[in-house]
Design a protein around this ligand. Structure first.
Ligand SMILES: [Mn+2]
Length: 258
């Protein structure tokens, strides 16, 4: 298990940086989709894009599904502790077990009660989103219905806006909101995207969470990444946003197989 001193240090760092990470426009940024217990995927990303030279934004869902959740999470937390300004670990729904449990959750359900509590509470400090001045927002699921981008920093855990961020799905087509259905995943269409992105002042959303959805949605302004072999048949990809490149569409980011 990850020791308490490391978790305490993590919480200090996360408290300082807040829920909304401001990325610099002067460095290339690498966005990484769900790794879901695929430690090898994270190793490859860190090897191909060392945090000493790159800014890395992981989009959440580090545990469950794959073969080595604890190994993957440990590797990610060590990278964060070693490079706090270059490695950003956003919250996915699988990191929010302590607020909203779900099933199946093989990693969480196998922890001892004390480990579950310590790790569950520490991960509740993870940021919700990262904003890049080229007009790119990164988060796990869907855009929250808030007044402007800065408001994301104040979204309460467990709220409807938080559920959109960590659990939200997109459909491939027009429409506004499709409710949450039996899955509990709030679902949105391209009309909601256009209106909300305009209000938040963003051109492109980079997210993960839905392994089977088309890579480009919402007039090529919504990019979905998956970076894990946990489901067996997906291509592990990251997206690179080059410094000072104008971003008009999600296709202006470079997709790289790892
Ligand atoms: Mn997810």
């Amino acid at each position: 298990m990850i020791d308490t001193a490391r978790l305490a240090r993590l919480r200090e760092i996360l408290e300082r940086e807040g829920r909304l990470i401001g990325l610099s426009g002067n460095r290339a940024v690498v966005f990484v989709g769900d790794t879901h217990g695929d430690r090898e995927a994270t190793e490859r990303v860190l090897g191909m894009f060392p945090p000493s030279d790159h800014v890395l934004v992981f989009l959440g869902d580090y545990v469950d599904r794959g073969p080595d959740s604890l190994g993957n999470l440990t590797l990610l937390l060590e990278a964060k502790l070693a490079h706090p300004d270059s490695v950003h670990l956003l919250m996915g729904n699988h990191e929010a077990w302590a607020v909203r449990p779900f099933s199946p959750a093989d990693f969480w359900q196998e922890l001892s009660p004390s480990d579950e509590e310590a790790l569950g509470n520490a991960l509740l400090g993870l940021p919700f989103a990262a904003y890049h001045p080229a007009g790119v927002l990164a988060l796990h699921g869907a855009l929250p219905d808030v007044g402007d981008a800065a408001e994301i920093a104040r979204v309460p855990l467990g709220s409807a806006e938080w559920r959109a961020i960590t659990w939200g799905d997109w459909v491939d087509g027009p429409g506004y909101s499709f409710g949450s259905g039996v899955s509990g995943r709030p679902t949105f269409g391209a009309d909601y995207f256009a209106e909300t992105a305009s209000r938040l002042g963003i051109q492109v959303l980079v997210r993960s969470h839905q392994p089977a959805v088309p890579t480009f949605l919402c007039d090529d302004r919504c990019l979905t990444l998956f970076t894990s072999n946990a489901y067996g048949d997906t291509t592990r990809r990251v997206a690179v946003l080059r410094a000072r490149r104008p971003i008009l569409s999600a296709r202006d980011l470079d997709l790289v197989e790892i």
